[in-house]
Design a protein around this ligand. Sequence first.
Ligand SMILES: NC(=O)c1ccc[n+]([C@@H]2O[C@H](COP(=O)([O-])OP(=O)(O)OC[C@H]3O[C@@H](n4cnc5c(N)ncnc54)[C@H](O)[C@@H]3O)[C@@H](O)[C@H]2O)c1
Ligand SMILES: *[C@@H]1O[C@H](CO)[C@@H](O)[C@H](O)[C@H]1NC(C)=O
Ligand SMILES: *[C@@H]1O[C@H](CO)[C@@H](O)[C@H](O)[C@H]1NC(C)=O
Length: 311
Amino acid sequence: MAETPAELALETLKTLIFTVYYLLEAFILLFIPWSWRMKDITEDTVLVTGAGSGIGRLMAIKFAKKGAKLVLWDINETAIEETATEIKKYGGRVFTYKCDLSKRDEIYTVAEKVKQDGLDVTILVNNAGIVTGKKYLDCPDNMIEKTMAVNSMAHFWTVKAFLPSMLRKNHGHIVSIASSAGLVGVTGLADYCASKFAAVGFDESLKYELNAMGKDGVHTTVVCPYYINTGMFEGVKTRFPKVLPIVNQDYAASRIVDAVLINQEIVYIPRVLYFFLALKGLLPFHLTRLICEFMGNQTFMDTFRGRAKQN
Ligand SMILES: NC(=O)c1ccc[n+]([C@@H]2O[C@H](COP(=O)([O-])OP(=O)(O)OC[C@H]3O[C@@H](n4cnc5c(N)ncnc54)[C@H](O)[C@@H]3O)[C@@H](O)[C@H]2O)c1
Ligand SMILES: *[C@@H]1O[C@H](CO)[C@@H](O)[C@H](O)[C@H]1NC(C)=O
Ligand SMILES: *[C@@H]1O[C@H](CO)[C@@H](O)[C@H](O)[C@H]1NC(C)=O
């Protein structure tokens, strides 16, 4: 049905009013301490994938300290047991499941087991990730497929498994750990960047769908960190650590947990990434490329060693 001029005028007015409202809201929130805005998660069950190492482990421990029940997934059984032991030391409630996130059937099977064990996941943190770390033409096909499977496809399957119950209660939170490599392309990370761009795109679409459904109790957070000192990107160097530092893993984990607790939709770490991303949208391509090169370049990956063992 065609829109009448009156309807269009009304919607324009509404859009203008909300423009002012959202800008004011964001401005006022700048002055309200985060600790005042944090939600209580003592009744929540948090599932963290890739909880056996790095920020996955640290986030799991931090969520447990906030009183949530934890469900840990990882392909490495020894590693998640270590995380669980750590959580139990603080008296936390924790359950571990071995799951290979590159396998859809396994994800669905393990998700079913979690539900049968009476665990109702209300906060899902898709964190597990892998990196090939080779120039595109040197990436073995199976590693490209595995990178897409773990870093992007797994998000589809875990969300499909746990979102319906969140929607029924209109209570939940989907967290996607992507990367700054999900916003900007990098030499030597073609498969990784593609997988992270996919995770960012999935999150953004999900945000709009949830909003259109009116499910205001189901939140989403996408996280795009620059390099973190977990060992995943061992050997990578940054040229100007004052401007673009390698992020400390404990800081990153705290920042992410806090962002979830205040329902922040988008998190870039460190904050200077917001500025670089805005520039990318405005400048001619070759100027963006020049700035990237100047910043330490598209040669970060030249010194990459990564983890000793690859899955
Ligand atoms: N470290 C960084 O510089 C950095 C930067 C930006 C984003 N990230 C992202 O943050 C997330 C966590 O990174 P990290 O540095 O803590 O990594 P990490 O390597 O320390 O931990 C990743 C965990 O995922 C698990 N895992 C790997 N493949 C799996 C599979 N097929 N099934 C189940 N579990 C699997 C590993 O066993 C490990 O415990 C990843 O998604 C990564 O891409 C990392
Ligand atoms: C599994 O985790 C343990 C403990 O963190 C670690 O020592 C081991 O190297 C990991 N195994 C693999 C295959 O990554
Ligand atoms: C950036 O990379 C290019 C090409 O790989 C190289 O020629 C140049 O010297 C590098 N610049 C810096 C500042 O590292």
